[in-house]
Structures are given as C-alpha cells and as structure tokens.
Design a protein around this ligand. Sequence first.
Ligand SMILES: C[S@@+](CC[C@H](N)C(=O)[O-])C[C@H]1O[C@@H](n2cnc3c(N)ncnc32)[C@H](O)[C@@H]1O
Length: 293
Amino acid sequence: MSDSGSKQMRNLYTNPDRYMKTFQEFLRLSNEHQVMSEWITARITTFVPAAQNDKSFSILGIGSGSGEMDLNILTSLMKQHPKIHNCVIEPNHQQMDKYRSLVERHREILKNVNFDWNEQTMENYAHSSSKQTRFDLIHVIQMLYYVDDPEATILELYQNRLKVGGVLVIIHVSDDGGWDKLWQKFGKLLPQSDQCNYITGRAIQQILEKHKIRYENRQLPSYFNITDCFHGNQEIGNLLLDFITEVDNFVSEAPEDLQKEVLNYLLSEDCSCKEDDKIIFKNDLQVFIITRE
Ligand SMILES: C[S@@+](CC[C@H](N)C(=O)[O-])C[C@H]1O[C@@H](n2cnc3c(N)ncnc32)[C@H](O)[C@@H]1O
C-alpha cells in the first residue's frame, strides 16, 4: 500500500467553505437526514423525561449545523412540552446563519421555543459557561469527530451538563458500515489533524463502558450514493472524494497510487454494494441513548 504523500495533503477542515460544499453534496446523495428524521419523529418522545408542570424543557444541541435535525427534535417534543429552552452550540458562522433562517421560516410553529445562540465550539462552551445550567436533553449528532477529546466531551456532557433523569443522545457512524473499514485501512495515510479524529460507534461504546455509563444502542441503516466518484459528474465526484477522505482536493493533492487504492477499496464489498449502475456506500449510523443516573 502507498505510504507517501500525506505530508503535502491538507485536511479538509482547514478549508471550511469547501468542507461545507462537500457536506451539502453528501447530504444530497445520502439518506442520512431522512433516516435520522424518521428515527427522531418515531422515538424521541419515548425516552425523554416527561413535562413538569409549567417548567421549560431544556435542550442543548452540540454541532447543530444548519439545524434541520434540531428542528425535527423541537417539533417532535413540542407536543409534550409546551415551553422549550433550546441552547445551540455551533462554531461555523455560515451554518449558524442557515439555522437562524430556518427558525425564522418556522417562527409561528416555534413561538414557544426560546433560542440561546452560541457561535462557538464545544470546548469553548465547556470552559466559558456555568456548570449550574443543566439540560433535560443533550444531542450530539454527527459531531464527535471534530472535538479535541471525545472521551472528555462525553464525560463533560454526561456528568456536568445533564440533569439526573435527563438524556444524552449521540448519533454517529456505526462500526458496521464502510467508514470504519475505510478509516482502518487508510486513516494513517491521510492527513492527521487535531480537527478531525476517525472514530466510529465502537470508540463511543468503549468510552461508555470504561466509565460504566449505561446506554441503549440502535443501528440505523443508511446509504450514500458515491457513483460520481467513478463516472458521472466529475466535479461532484471530486467533492465526494474530499468528504470521504477528509482531504482538501484529494484528486489534485493525493499521490496517484493512493487515489487508485482508495477508489478500488471504495468499490469493494467492505465499503459498498452495486445497485443497477449505482455504487452505494454503506453509511450505517448508530444511536446511543444515555440516561443520567
Ligand atoms: C457533520 S456536521 C453535522 C451537523 C448536524 N448535526 C447534522 O447532522 O446535520 C458537524 C457540525 O459540527 C460542527 N463542529 C465542528 N467542530 C465542533 C466543535 N469542536 N464543537 C461543536 N461543534 C463543532 C461543525 O461546524 C458542523 O456544523
């Protein structure tokens, strides 16, 4: 296997505009938001604490992006909880703007939700905010890849930010899908950066078990159509390859032998399956439901 070239490649997160473009393409070509939304709509009200008189139900969303999943959570919970306080932690300005516009467009439905906007990272929030404020629900959806220390983050949220009886929901890629195999095979050859760690559900499970934190765990099968990486729209294919490898401009920056190896591996059954003329990457997700004891 190729072992050259990782020095000149830059991590995709050093180029936030391109990262956002790749993420939009990923969302367009995968059913990730759809499967998460279906799960949220069907399940979220079944495990969060019940409404207490006229008290506001409090939610902390970490890495909320442009807010689509948060909106889903809010609209599902509004049926049980007439008043909601929703604290948003999102460091990316562009994403936060989109989230605010989404809320603006749904202002009437969300009239009983009070928003607390925090354009900052989880790490900054942990240092700057009062530990007195605790939440009924904390959600961390597809975000733990980007924190400095996933173990410290989970412990901070569980021990210091959640009310007793409150629930922490983590949605993350599963170790059953293609991501785990891909990262095990190529993670060391791709640019390492403290802006992204290649962890899957297994690592989260190990952290929870190490600290004897009880959890429930669900698998959400999901797909990601990566056909454009092989044939079709080359510009989109390049964006998808950046998203997959987390390299800024993988096709122009990565050594050719590494590109070939990655493309071949993406076609293998570890990562994908064929459906007619489409190449479908296994994007399975895992949900962790953790109730504070
Ligand atoms: C893959 S996106 C997921 C967005 C959204 N939760 C969703 O599922 O659509 C990850 C989000 O985490 C945010 N993020 C990155 N580093 C973060 C950090 N250290 N603390 C909090 N959020 C972070 C990014 O800006 C981005 O919006």
